[in-house]
Design a protein around this ligand. Structure first.
Ligand SMILES: C[S@@+](CC[C@H](N)C(=O)[O-])C[C@H]1O[C@@H](n2cnc3c(N)ncnc32)[C@H](O)[C@@H]1O
Length: 285
């Protein structure tokens, strides 16, 4: 069994949250894949690069990194057994041979020192209990001059799925969507904190800027509402509600999402993220 210090996260991503993501992987990819090109472009992944994908989940970004580095290799690391099983079978099905996947906690995983040219992550680095320790561990896995690049959510209310959930306030006890600083989706929502954490972890040439992408959340408003209410925050709120409030919540959310239906009926919501890049120093500091 690998070393795990983020035990709560491990339980969540090997429990209901991981099961939901593994089961709905196509949907989550349709939601988030707009960030892959900005991420991999900023990482400069190419040719013979050895790439580490942090919190790879079901591995779409890992596979895309591997395709950009045909003579190199991409390793996806994740806490979640169910999501890694999905990642392995998808890589095999798609015939992407230069990938591998490992179960582990990025904060303490015993990476070989200097083994990677690039470390990337699509929404996998916000859950560390000790982010300075975690990014320090990742830094040691990079070769001198190697680059860390990740996307993480910016301010909650700049994300269409959050404003959609906030429309439920009149019937459900919708609270804050995570607090900056605490492990969770919005822990790195403050760009100054990203800079501080990466500098404390030993990175240099740190840059953080905003990127936006539309994702597809459902075939129509009702489908997207059902999906959103099945996510972790959605399940939590629905479990607190009685049947009448649940039915009203479905209606309110569907009405909100209908305004975001495209011409083909699909629901498209804008997500706003930080794209962070930082380098391991070339000379030992
Ligand atoms: C929001 S999901 C994103 C998954 C994937 N990158 C994607 O975009 O589909 C976050 C992922 O980070 C993983 N994760 C959270 N904390 C981790 C840690 N300490 N070490 C490795 N993986 C972690 C979770 O298991 C989960 O798969």
């Amino acid at each position: 069994m690998p070393d795990i210090v983020n035990t709560e996260q491990s339980q969540a991503w090997n429990g209901p949250e991981g099961a939901h993501w593994a089961h709905n992987q196509d949907r989550w990819n349709a939601v988030n894949e707009g960030f892959d090109d900005p991420l991999l472009d900023a990482a400069g992944v190419t040719g013979e690069d050895r790439v580490l994908d942090l919190g790879c989940g079901s591995g779409q970004t890992t596979r895309r990194a591997a395709l950009r580095a045909p003579r190199g290799h991409a390793l996806g690391l994740d806490l979640s057994g169910p999501m890694l099983a999905e990642a392995r079978s998808r890589a095999e099905r798609e015939g992407v041979a230069n990938v591998s996947f490992a179960q582990g906690d990025a904060q303490v995983h015993p990476f070989e020192a200097g083994a990677f040219d690039a470390a990337v992550s699509r929404y996998g680095v916000m859950f560390f209990a000790d982010p300075v320790a975690a990014f320090g561990n990742v830094g040691r896995a990079l070769r001198p001059g190697g680059r860390l690049t990740f996307v993480c959510p910016a301010d909650a209310m700049l994300n269409g799925w959050v404003t959609a959930m906030a429309s439920l306030r009149e019937v459900l006890p919708v609270g804050d969507f995570g607090q900056p600083g605490l492990p969770g989706m919005f822990s790195l929502a403050a760009p100054d904190r990203i800079g501080d954490v990466l500098a404390a972890a030993g990175f240099v040439d740190i840059d953080v800027h905003q990127v936006q992408a539309y994702g597809t959340w459902g075939q129509d408003a009702e489908d997207a509402a059902e999906f959103l209410l099945g996510t972790g925050p959605g399940r939590h709120l629905m479990n607190l509600a009685d049947p009448t409030a649940r039915a009203r919540a479905r209606g309110i959310l569907s009405d909100h999402l209908r305004a975001h239906e495209a011409a083909d009926g699909t629901v498209r919501l804008l997500s706003t993220s930080w794209l962070a890049t930082a380098d391991r120093p070339t000379a030992a500091a």
